[in-house]
Design a protein. Structure first.
Length: 154
């Protein structure tokens, strides 16, 4: 700040307005989110059906091929072609035969169907802060501790 040209300090004030707007937006969103969670009715069967009928597991295919030694850019291309094939044939990835997979790349093996299973997809996302079951459970435990601390202060 020392040595700034006259009136430059005004510029240093204006950069915070975006932050204040963001905080205001997040606070409002949290209020809405709270009401939504309180009235939420989770339909597990619908959720499971939805993840079995989309391409959210396509990333797993690319990761699988990378694990088999294929460079990611090539794996991405192979998976893109498989997804396009599925769209044209009104299928999802698990509907493809092993032969379909192996036409796209000889690196695919029978274990590809285990890799594409939604439960296994989520379980593999176990990096810190990730969406894997263990990580979500750990975050829920942390949240419970924070809520208990917050309630004691009230």
């Amino acid at each position: 700040m020392k040595g700034l040209t006259l009136a430059y300090n005004k510029d240093l004030q204006e950069d915070k307005e975006g932050m204040f707007d963001s905080v205001k937006t997040v606070k409002g969103s949290l209020e809405i989110f709270t009401g939504m969670i309180e009235t939420l009715d989770v339909k597990v069967e619908n959720m499971q059906a939805a993840v079995r009928s989309d391409f959210s597991n396509a990333t797993e295919l690319a990761d699988y091929l990378v694990g088999k030694g294929m460079p990611f850019r090539e794996a991405h291309e192979v998976v893109g072609k498989l997804v396009l094939q599925c769209i044209k044939e009104n299928k999802v990835l698990v509907d493809l035969s092993l032969m379909d997979f192996q036409k796209a790349s000889n690196r695919f093996e029978k274990d590809i169907y285990d890799v594409l299973d939604p439960q296994n997809v989520v379980a593999r996302r176990n990096s810190a802060g990730g969406t894997g079951f263990k990580q979500v459970k750990a975050q829920l435990q942390k949240a419970e501790i924070l809520l208990k601390k917050h309630k004691r202060k009230e």
